[in-house]
Design a protein around this ligand. Sequence first.
Ligand code: NAD
Length: 595
Amino acid sequence: MPDTPPPVPDAPSPAPPPVVGFVGLGNMGAPMARRLIEAGYQVRGFDVSEAALARFAATAATPGALGAPRTPGAPGAPGAAVAVTSAAEAAAGAGVVILMLPDSDAVEAVAGDPGFTAALAPGTTVIDMSSSEPERTRGLARSLGEHGVAFVDAPVSGGVKGAVAGKLAVMAGGADADVRRVENMLACFGTVYRAGPVGAGHAVKALNNLMSATHLLVSSEAIVAGQRFGVDPEAMLAIVNASSGRSGSTENKWPNYILPETYGSGFSLRLMLKDMRIAVGLAGQVGMPSRLGEQALALWAEAERALPATADHTEIARWARAAPASPKEAPAVEKLTPRQEEIKAEFIDSRKTWGEDWEAILRLDPDFLHAYLGFSAIPWRQNHLPDKVKELICIAVDANATHMYLPGVRQHVSAALDAGATAAEVMEVLELSATLGIHAMNIGVPILTEVLREEGLRTEPAPLSARQEEIKAAFTENRGYWHEFWDEMLELDPELFAAYTEFSSVPWRTGTLEPKVKELVYIAFDTAATHLYTKGLKAHIRNAIGYGATAGEILEVMEIASVLGMHAVNAAAPILAGQLEGEPEEDQPEGGQRG
Ligand code: NAD
């Protein structure tokens, strides 16, 4: 009898591929998701854009096209793409969920959605690879932590090319153990660098892009200047790239996207500007002056207004090139008269600032500017309030929601910091100013009760319940006063009033400005011509006096608010000047630079 061959053991079935949820399949997300699939992961992808999702689904339909897994250390089974129809579906069953979205708003819209959080199993790790705002990242990490979900921020640099080739720099922020757990997977995208605790990756990313954007703009100005002098830009790039002026802009962006005039890097100008704003905001928060960064940001913002909404960030070079070629080609600027020179010198001496808006006003009507200087200088001559407080009041006037004059906000935040204000004090002024919206209720509720009475639907106020008395006591304790205009609001909607008490009490509980200054801030925005909330104004004048404010100090706040009308001229005079000079429309300034 022939020997029976030994039974062939069943081949071991391959381990199912680990599941990764991937939300945001745009310019970066699509090639990154593809890297994961190629490395053997099962990727459950979602994007709100039907086109992006369809492209990803096409990947799902042709799994063979992705080839065999090839990243060392990656799971052995071939990967797969599964297109799903919501972020919650992408998260279901995933051990890791990656977000690659435009900004913090989009990240919070996804990760703050209760359906999404409910779909995350405890122990899941969420990785935000978008370039988000570090403080908001920390808040998100805390709230996901409450659901037992770990969080890592891991933004990237290296562009679409780097995403396709797996050559990104990945900047990981998070607890050591959390980063370690996902490090192998992140290595599919490129080289992983540890930035520090949660939020550190996002901080480094924004600061990196501020540097990168500043290099790109200055190198664009320099290369175009060289070109106009007669130097071939390619020759200039070859020299600079062997010299100390080189950067990613001269080594990559100029030769690949700007010289060939394709402007197709895949990173939009809008997103670059977002990162610059995050970085400049972060510098302000930690009290580090970022003067060059602010200038670069202002110029990029100008470019954004001039270029189409979909412009690639490399188009900043196209925008820079459109500037007049040389002083000779620039429109002839008439010399200032001796009288104009004198007013300009006096203005700079007194206000420590100058800009194209003041220059335009000076040229159009020097006597008007001189009269404005006299009018606006009064608080700085009489000096009832210290300079720091005056600057904080200017912020309250310019930043309040009914006025929102951002060039002035920028100038006065910087001046307040120079005058010794801390970031926390500036923030406190903004928090106090944020209460302005409640005036919708202060005005609306009495009108509502009046109509209810007229319609026979209300007779007299209902007595306060124990809960309402408690809320009233909390407000009085936290805010230091009670006014009858709160009565009906408390009676009709105690839950809203309790929440408002909490909201408006934050600066009173944690802020360091003395109560008198807090009340002066309320006076500033109540008295501003764009708001004029007289009921609140009277209450806060009374409160300020109760805290020891003098009539001179309160008048000074009103005097500061009185110059707000000038913003009409700050905004419009440069436009008039531009049109008189015959500038093409896209080169004309959007409005004033200073407040
Ligand atoms: P993108 O606009 O091409 O892609 C973002 C995707 O997110 C879009 O497809 C959009 O439809 C999707 N999206 C938006 N809101 C959503 C939501 N609520 N749910 C699901 N999907 C949503 O942007 P991108 O260039 O891929 O950049 C993504 C992030 O990476 C940004 O934060 C950007 O700053 C950063 N980044 C980009 C580059 C680059 O070169 N493009 C380089 C490094 C970092």
